[in-house]
Design a protein around this ligand. Structure first.
Ligand code: FPP
Ligand code: FPP
Ligand code: MG
Ligand code: MG
Length: 389
């Protein structure tokens, strides 16, 4: 792998594929329960083949690598001078001789001494704590999906029957709680109060976002501002705060942690807005879930809110949650006749660019695996815009 290779030959998912398998195995052991029914329910989405896209752990591992050997950071205008990383053997002067196989890609047990000069027990320990965080994030995500499918009366998830559909609402709720419990104790074992606070706040945000969506009054459900707020809570907060936690576990200074957070926040927002566009433009075939799902659930997303600015008759439909006969069809017609889709795509593009801009503000590095990881994160931010499922 060379620094000048083009993006076409760079696959963000392939960069972390081996490490993701490691995480998947650990998660399977983390969700093991004593009671048989609970065991079946809790492991349901951690089984081989039911794991989903694993977007969050992919982003988090790449973020960890993107920050793994930054130059000592000098914050402009403050007394913060950064830390000397050379003691950890991760400064650029002790660059890995074989950058295509970074230190953590080998079986990275703490005792295995790699010939790689950048590997050290401290760096390995840090990496493994970041891996734990990625597992915790994915477990929180899955817990929220279990509860979400109960709330949405969903019957499918990840191409299989949703857990509520297969085992009933009660077990699905309990399995979600169980995953949160296991995630909480894993979080505590990281022994980092700031990280515990960040992830606890995410749980609050998920519940807040979901409740905002469920209880929005007519003013709220037609407000773009409210939509973006809800979207942050429901989708972006988890990845934003987890990116920040990765930086903190990487012992990065606050300004770097803030950039990691900004990357995650903008990525999450771009993702959700694209998701909302796909609800109109995608087919249920490629999406793996019914198209026009949001409208039929009474939810007005970005394309609708933009369309309403041109076709103000839309507001009546939004206010009555598209309940009346023909409302969904009329809303769809207005969305298609307006610039709603186009403007929503523009909005997603702005967030995608802002995510990339955050990456570009990270402290300069000439370490190859750092540069490759940052390019992969940048690709993910662009990939969001062109995805079809
Ligand atoms: C998917 O949304 C759901 C979420 C992003 C979060 C759901 C959060 C809760 C149910 C609150 C409970 C939280 C925890 C931590 C247990 P969607 O329904 O729009 O998307 P979908 O098409 O994937 O179902
Ligand atoms: C389920 O997550 C769907 C949502 C929470 C709404 C839309 C969000 C995304 C499409 C992903 C956002 C992720 C990042 C990292 C910005 P999912 O589609 O990731 O579900 P999966 O785990 O089953 O693949
Ligand atoms: Mg849902
Ligand atoms: Mg939902």
């Amino acid at each position: 792998a060379s620094m000048v290779e083009d993006d076409a030959s760079l696959d963000p998912f392939a960069l972390v594929a081996d490490e993701l398998d490691l995480l998947a195995n650990r998660m399977r052991s983390m969700v093991r329960a004593e009671v048989p029914k609970l065991a079946t329910a809790a492991e349901y989405f951690f089984r081989l083949g039911a794991e989903g896209k694993r977007f969050r752990p992919t982003v988090l591992l790449l973020m960890a690598s993107s920050l793994s050997s930054v130059e000592p950071f000098a914050c402009p205008g403050t007394s913060c001078t950064g830390r000397d990383l050379s003691a950890l053997g991760t400064s650029s002067s002790s660059m890995p001789s074989s950058p295509s196989s970074p230190p953590w890609s080998s079986s990275s047990s703490l005792s295995s001494l790699s010939s790689d000069s950048s590997s050290s027990p401290i760096a390995d320990e840090r990496r493994s704590r970041q891996q734990r965080l990625a597992e915790i994030t994915e477990m929180i995500h899955v817990a929220s999906l279990l509860h979400d499918d109960v709330l949405d009366h969903a019957s499918t998830r990840r191409g299989v029957g949703s857990l509520n559909y297969v085992m009933g609402n009660k077990l699905a709720v309990l399995a979600g709680d169980f995953l949160l419990a296991r995630a909480s104790s894993a979080l505590a074992s990281l022994r980092n109060v700031e990280v515990i606070e960040l992830l606890s706040q995410v749980l609050e945000h998920l519940v807040t976002g979901e409740t905002m969506q469920m209880t929005a009054d007519s003013r709220e459900c037609s407000s773009m501002d409210n939509y973006m707020k809800k979207t942050f809570f429901k989708t972006a907060s988890l990845i934003a705060n987890s990116c920040k936690a990765i930086a903190i576990l990487g012992e990065q200074p606050a300004p770097v942690a803030a950039l990691a957070y900004e990357y995650g926040r903008h990525l999450g927002l771009a993702f959700q807005v694209v998701d909302d566009v796909l609800d109109f433009t995608g087919s249920s075939m490629t999406l793996g879930k019914p198209a026009l799902n949001d409208l039929s659930q009474g939810i007005a997303t970005a394309p609708v809110l933009f369309a309403a600015e041109e076709f103000t008759g839309m507001y009546d439909l939004i206010w009555r949650k598209f309940k009346r006969e023909g409302d969904v069809e009329q809303a769809l017609k207005w969305v298609q006749q307006s610039n709603g889709i186009e403007r929503a795509k523009q909005l997603a593009l702005q967030h995608s660019l802002a995510a990339i801009a955050a990456l570009e503000q990270l402290p300069q590095s000439d370490v190859e695996h750092v540069l490759i990881s940052r390019r992969a994160l940048s690709m993910l931010a662009r990939h969001v815009l062109t995805r079809s499922k």
